[in-house]
Design a protein around this ligand. Structure first.
Ligand code: ADP
Ligand code: MG
Length: 412
């Protein structure tokens, strides 16, 4: 029911590492326009060496993605780029330094989490203890492609998540070592299913997902001097990235010119079909190294990212859920309006942010005041109006509902 939206595209340039600095590598990437003579690329947001994880979280649209996931959307963050360009760092941050965070305060969320490592040939569970076992990839009409028998682990606190992620990333490495016959490097997919506990409340349960995809880095076999199994492995990684690239190229074409999208060409594209071109909301983060030695890989990552920018998706959330949310908000609006009349208060709150609660950084529904019609009600930009790239942020419907509930309590 939503109009097409473009994934948000972000570039992150990591700092030069100590060894790069020591061997005298030059910085060859600038995040501002330098004029003629340079290859230039445009993206939704660009982060430089000095930008923190928080800055990336806020500025890339990741916060909005989390909010959309809590509203029932299927959201995916992809990190791609050459090996060592900062993909894992961007998605996971420095895991060892997770600060204490109070556990889920209301107990109203239930977030089972799954993680797998994917190679060309196999899918392995990263959360199940014991020796890594291969899991089958299945397809069903209702779920699309999915991994069967994946272990789901509940988490209650940030520390617990961080510790699970650390174990998972260690398992990714050790299982890779033990199973080096096929591939020692893999793509990693972490999926968090966001469910509301739906306790006594009559609210419908939320069923969004948040998926983090840490793509294995592409590799130039000739340059790295890989041979034997290592070169097969590198070729397999490149093969799956190429399959992903083919899907992206096809999806980037205008709808009329699009022929078959080859999702079935690799395990990776099968699993990501929904996020890539279907009903998901996607954020792509291209990670690059600023070093002169990485220039050719950096250029190819930027070209890949530019092509991916043209892909659009049609996000679909749980329609029933959205309908009941709309009805609930509408009923509260009417009730608040009538309470305002009884109290002799103006029909419309003085400041639109009063209704919305905390103003959002990227300008949540600017001009909402102007959207209030003569009856003091505003319309929800629901049908076909999810904003395109560059448009104002899509606020959380649950956030809105909460704000109307607060207003209602105050008026009462
Ligand atoms: P990839 O997952 O792309 O192979 P990593 O995330 O492992 O790369 O990063 C490679 C190295 O660079 C790691 O030592 C990591 O700590 C460091 N690094 C990456 N990005 C940043 C950053 N933004 N700030 C500081 N260090 C970073
Ligand atoms: Mg990594």
């Amino acid at each position: 029911p939503y109009g097409p939206i473009r994934p948000t595209h972000t570039i992150r340039v990591r700092p030069l590492t100590c060894s790069e600095t020591r061997r005298g590598d030059q910085r060859v990437v600038a995040t501002s326009l330098l004029g003629p003579g340079y290859a230039t690329f445009g993206f939704s947001a660009v982060f430089d060496a000095g930008d923190s994880q928080e800055a990336v979280f806020e500025g890339s649209g990741m916060r909005q993605l989390v909010e959309l996931a809590t509203d029932g959307f299927s959201c995916t963050v992809f990190a791609f780029g050459q090996t060592g360009s900062g993909k894992t760092y961007t998605l996971m941050g420095p895991l060892g330094q997770v600060q204490h965070c109070p556990p889920n305060p209301t107990g109203s969320w239930w977030c089972p989490m799954q993680a797998v490592a994917l190679t060309w040939l196999s899918i392995r569970d990263l959360l199940s203890p014991g020796p890594p076992c291969t899991l089958p990839l299945r397809w069903s009409k209702t779920r699309g492609f999915y991994v069967e028998n994946q272990l789901s682990v509940d988490f209650e606190s940030l520390e617990a998540i961080a510790s699970l992620l650390l174990q998972g990333s260690q398992r990714r490495r050790t299982s890779a070592h033990a199973l080096n016959r096929h591939s020692s490097r893999s793509h990693a997919l972490l999926t968090i299913h966001i469910r509301s506990r739906n306790q006594a409340s009559a609210r419908p349960s939320r069923q969004g997902t948040l998926c983090f995809v840490d793509l294995a880095g592409s590799e130039r076999v000739k340059e790295t001097g890989s041979s034997g199994e290592l070169s097969i492995e590198a070729n397999n990684i490149n093969r799956s990235l190429l399959a992903l690239g083919h899907c992206i190229s096809m999806l980037a074409k205008p709808r009329g010119k699009r022929t078959h999208v080859p999702y079935r060409d690799s395990k990776l594209t099968r699993l990501l079909a929904r996020s890539l071109g279907g009903s998901g909301v996607t954020l792509m983060v291209a990670c690059i190294s600023p070093s002169s030695r990485c220039l050719s890989e950096t250029l190819s990552t930027l070209h890949y990212a530019s092509r991916a920018r043209r892909v659009t998706t049609r996000p679909l959330a749980n329609r029933k859920l959205l309908q009941s949310l709309e009805e609930e908000i509408h009923a509260l609006q009417l009730e608040n309006l009538s309470l305002r009349q009884q109290l002799g208060l103006p029909r419309v709150p003085m400041r639109s942010t009063e209704v919305l609660g905390t103003p959002m950084r990227m300008g949540a529904w600017p001009g909402l005041g102007g959207r209030f019609g003569p009856a003091g009600l505003h319309q929800f930009p629901l049908e076909g109006q999810l904003p395109l790239e560059g448009a104002p942020a899509w606020p959380s419907l649950y956030g809105l509902l909460r704000d109307f509930v607060v207003e209602n309590e105050q008026l009462r």
